[in-house]
Each structure stands twice: as structure tokens, then as C-alpha cells.
Design a protein around this ligand. Structure first.
Ligand code: NAD
Length: 480
């Protein structure tokens, strides 16, 4: 079984560690590869290579850095089907979802190719007599990225294209559960002509990630993962004097108003949001909040649809939902359902039975009569479980959303402009969907999680990311 190599200073090097983990295909439990748990010394070597490569990459004309992004984009397009299949195999999401995440990632490369415009500074002439002032954006140095399992292509692509286009050098530590896609993204980056050391890939778990957080040569850290880890990463890296953006977990609510309840658009959007990618998206709808008379017709139609979902091999065309990432994830999801039933929730659709015998599957599950104090209402489950909390009014629904410690995303389904207006202005979430189930991030906007869904100031992607990966220098000059 092949042990995945690290990429350090342009060389694919086998890790010297004796510790490694299997990378499973979650659809059938077979082992696809082994991922090394690289040592802090190996992380230091990668950071050292990035630090050495930095001055020359920084001084490479911005137009050349932009051209590299165009070449990289072309290579990603040419190899997109192969990459999507790799994502699907190691993550378990449907091929169509894997293609979708790669498309969103390539859009970040498109955005990064505009770096000459994005990095432009500002000028004011005559701030005093004979004195002018201007600002420029300069890269930081070595930037580190630590990514989660659920978007093996898109999330690394949120990070390194913009950082590298801005003139930084990069060290990526991908998820140890879905590490293979990152290797392919790295190979294509070299093929596009990026100099040795400007991008490095180190496989591993929390120890390798921790070494990046502590390394004095790393100037900034982009992290995406669960809330407890994001909180730790933010604290540890900030204490080491670094700039940090840590995107965290979520508990997203979907308000369904009576005027939208029985529409196909609403039902399909809620289905896609709750059960797409087996609920393993940070933007997944996790709590449905039917308002007033919406509840009964909405739940009846939704239950019928959820029961009919075809679960199985994500590479099969007829499959509508794939597995969850690991056996432990499946068991944890089952425990949440058991606990909710013990606390008085009603099982409207039971997703525990009728799953394929191999692999890690849970069918769509709907829990009705959930109360806000239950664990399934408050905590991120990260699986295909939709909790239903019935409310009387839109105001009550918004108050319920705002009690969550998270603030990643929230959606409303309605034909009322007034209710939509009220929702988007009062709800405490950074990504808001109006008749949209997944308020998806776009490359040219920041991914704007709030509250416990984000630790930091400048978000990923968009102009926020350009600011995150650059420092502003302000020059004031006098010429007699
Ligand atoms: P995770 O927190 O388990 O792991 C994320 C990364 O952190 C991995 O690379 C892992 O090796 C590393 N890590 C683990 N422990 C660490 C530690 N103590 N210090 C430093 N690094 C450590 O997350 P996951 O299970 O891979 O991903 C799912 C989670 O990510 C969910 O909570 C989901 O909501 C969240 N997520 C958030 C967003 C967002 O944009 N807000 C996007 C995708 C996923």
C-alpha cells in the first residue's frame, strides 16, 4: 500500500516517520493509500524551503504570478474529471458534488489571476505642501494552510492560489482523512511552473498542524475545520504572533414559511441542503424551522422525498447520497439520534436501517418535535440528520436562529418580500440564503461565517483574502 509522499522544496519525499494511517474509501471500507503522520522536523523542513523560496517569488513580477494562475487554471480544467473522481473516492461525495466543489475551487484560481488589480494600492497627492502619500500591498512571507476532510479540493483552493498569487510561499497540511486530492493539486501546480519551495505539502495530523502553528517563520495561518479545533488553532497561532483566520463548525437553520411550504423549489432546496454530501457540509441545513401552518404539509412531502433517496456508491449515476466519512462518524450520528429520541423527539424518517452492508452509510433522517435545548438542536452533527423545530412566527424563528452559538449560514423560504427583508436584516449569520438551501461561498466574496463559526477578522476568499495575505505599506514623500 503506497505511503503518500510529502512535497518539500520541489521534491516528492517519503516521510521518515513510522506512524501512518489508512486512507479509506468510505463507500466500501477498502484502503486507498496510507498517509504519513509527518514529524515536526519534516514540517520545519517544509517551512524552511518556503522561507528560502520567498524572496525570489516575492520579486517575481505580479504579471508573471498572474500568468502562473492562468496556466494552473487550464491544468485543473484539463484534469478536472480525474480530480473529481479522486475527491469522490476518498471523500464519498457524489461525482456531481465533487465536480461542483472543484468548479468552486477553480473560480478562486480565476479570481487569483486578477491579482495585479487586486493588489493595487492607493495614492493621495498633496497631503501637505509638496508631500504625497501612497499605499502598496506586499506579501507576508510563509503562509500555512490546514484543511478539513469535507472539501478536499475546494478548501485548499480557497487558500493557496490567492496567497501565492499575492507573492507569498505556502505550506499545506491537508486532512489526514482525505489527503490524496491535495497531492494531485500540488503536482499540477509544479506543472504550471511554480518554482521549487514556493508550495510545499506536508501530510499529517494534529502534531504536524501544531508544528506549523508554532513555527516562528510562518506569518499567517488559514484554517478550516471543526469549532473546538478552530478555537484552539486561533488561540495558539495568535499567541505565537501570527495572523489567523479559522473557519469553524456550524448549525444552520432553514425557515420555511407557509407561502413556500409546498413548493418543489423549497422541498428540493431543503433536501439538498440537509442531505447533500450526506450532510457533511459546513453550510448544510441542520434544523428545519417550519413557521405556523407550514409544518404539516411541508413535513409530509419532505418525509416522502427523504424516504425515497437512493443511497450507495457515489460513483454510480443512480446514487443520490453517498456515505459518511468514517465508521466513527456513522456511530456518532447514530448516538445523536438515540439521544434525541430519549429526550422526546419523534422519528419522522429513520435513516439507520436499510443501508448497504459495506462502507459507512446513514440514510436521510428526520427528527420532529425537537426542542431548542436538545443536543441535536444545538450541536453540529455533520451527518444527514434534519431536526425540526416548529415555531409560530418569523420573529420567533429568527430569535431561535440567533440563540445558536454558531452563525455560519441561515436560509428562509418565502414569497413575501417583507419577511425576507426582515430575515436578512435580523438574522445573526454571515451567509444568508433567500429561497436558496445552501448559501454557497463565491470566490469573489468572503466566506463570511459569524460568531462561533469563525475566529479572526479577515475571512477566506474575495478581497478579504487579498488583505489577509498582504501587509499594507504606506509611504509619505517630499520632493522640493
Ligand atoms: P477537524 O477539525 O477534525 O480537522 C480539520 C483539520 O485540523 C485537519 O487537517 C486536522 O488534521 C487538523 N487538526 C486536528 N486537530 C488539530 C489540532 N489540535 N490542532 C491543529 N490542527 C488540528 O475537522 P474535519 O472533521 O476534518 O472537518 C469537518 C469540520 O469542518 C466541520 O465542523 C465543518 O463544519 C467544518 N468546516 C467548516 C467550514 C467553514 O467554512 N466554516 C468549511 C468546511 C468544514
Amino acid at each position: 500500500m503506497s505511503l503518500l509522499p510529502n512535497l518539500i522544496d520541489g521534491d516528492w519525499r517519503p516521510s521518515g516517520t513510522e506512524r501512518s494511517e489508512p486512507v479509506y474509501n468510505p463507500a466500501d471500507g477498502t484502503v486507498l493509500a496510507r498517509v504519513p503522520l509527518s514529524t515536526p522536523d519534516e514540517v520545519d523542513a517544509a517551512v524552511g524551503a518556503a522561507a528560502e523560496a520567498f524572496p525570489s517569488w516575492r520579486d517575481t513580477p505580479v504579471t508573471d504570478r498572474a500568468q502562473l494562475m492562468f496556466r494552473y487554471k487550464n491544468l485543473l480544467e484539463e484534469n478536472s474529471e480525474e480530480i473529481a473522481r479522486l475527491v469522490s473516492r476518498e471523500n464519498g461525495k457524489l461525482l456531481v458534488d465533487a465536480r461542483g466543489e472543484l468548479r468552486r475551487g477553480i473560480e478562486v484560481v480565476d479570481f487569483a489571476a486578477g491579482i495585479p488589480t487586486l493588489m493595487m494600492g492607493e495614492t493621495v497627492q498633496g497631503v501637505a505642501r509638496n508631500i504625497d502619500s501612497h499605499s502598496v500591498r506586499v506579501p507576508l512571507g510563509v503562509v500555512a494552510g490546514i484543511s478539513p476532510f469535507n472539501f478536499p479540493a475546494m478548501i485548499p483552493l480557497w487558500m493557496f492560489p490567492i496567497a501565492i498569487a499575492a507573492g507569498n510561499t505556502f505550506v499545506l497540511k491537508p486532512s489526514e482523512r482525505t489527503p490524496m486530492t491535495a497531492g494531485r493539486l500540488a503536482e499540477l501546480l509544479l506543472e504550471a511552473g511554480l518554482p521549487a519551495g514556493a508550495f510545499n505539502l506536508v501530510h499529517g495530523g494534529h502534531e504536524a498542524a501544531g508544528a506549523l502553528l508554532d513555527s516562528p517563520a510562518v506569518r499567517a495561518v488559514s484554517f478550516v475545520g471543526s469549532e473546538p479545533v478552530a478555537r484552539q488553532v486561533y488561540t495558539r497561532a495568535a499567541a505565537a504572533g501570527k495572523r489567523v483566520q479559522a473557519l469553524a463548525g456550524a448549525k444552520n437553520h432553514l425557515l420555511v414559511l407557509p407561502d413556500a411550504a409546498d413548493r418543489d423549489l423549497t422541498l428540493d432546496a431543503v433536501m439538498g441542503s440537509a442531505f447533500g454530501a450526506a450532510g457533511q457540509r459546513c453550510l448544510a441545513g441542520s434544523v428545519a424551522v417550519p413557521v405556523g401552518a407550514a409544518a404539516d404539509p411541508f413535513l409530509e412531502s419532505l418525509a416522502r422525498k427523504a424516504e425515497a433517496v437512493t443511497v450507495g456508491d457515489p460513483l454510480e449515476k443512480s446514487t443520490e447520497m453517498g456515505p459518511v466519512i468514517r465508521r466513527e462518524a456513522r456511530d456518532r450520528i447514530g448516538e445523536y439520534v438515540e439521544r434525541a429520541l430519549g429526550e422526546g423527539a419523534e422519528l419522522l424518517v429513520d435513516g439507520r436501517a436499510g443501508v448497504p452492508s459495506r462502507g459507512y452509510f446513514v440514510r436521510p433522517t428526520i427528527l420532529d418535535r425537537v426542542r431548542p435545548d436538545m443536543a441535536v438542536a444545538r450541536e453540529e452533527i455533520f451527518g444527514p440528520v434534519l431536526s425540526v423545530i416548529r415555531v409560530g412566527t418569523v420573529e420567533e424563528g429568527v430569535a431561535l436562529v440567533n440563540r445558536s452559538k454558531y452563525g455560519n449560514a441561515a436560509s428562509i423560504f418565502t414569497r413575501s418580500g417583507h419577511d425576507a427583508w426582515f430575515f436578512r436584516n435580523r438574522v445573526e449569520a454571515g451567509m444568508v440564503g433567500i429561497n436558496i438551501g445552501v448559501a454557497a461561498p463565491m470566490a469573489f466574496f468572503p466566506f463570511a461565517g459569524w460568531k462561533g463559526s469563525f475566529f479572526g477578522d479577515l475571512h477566506a476568499t474575495g478581497k478579504d483574502a487579498v488583505r489577509f495575505y498582504t501587509e499594507t505599506r504606506v509611504v509619505i514623500e517630499r520632493w522640493e
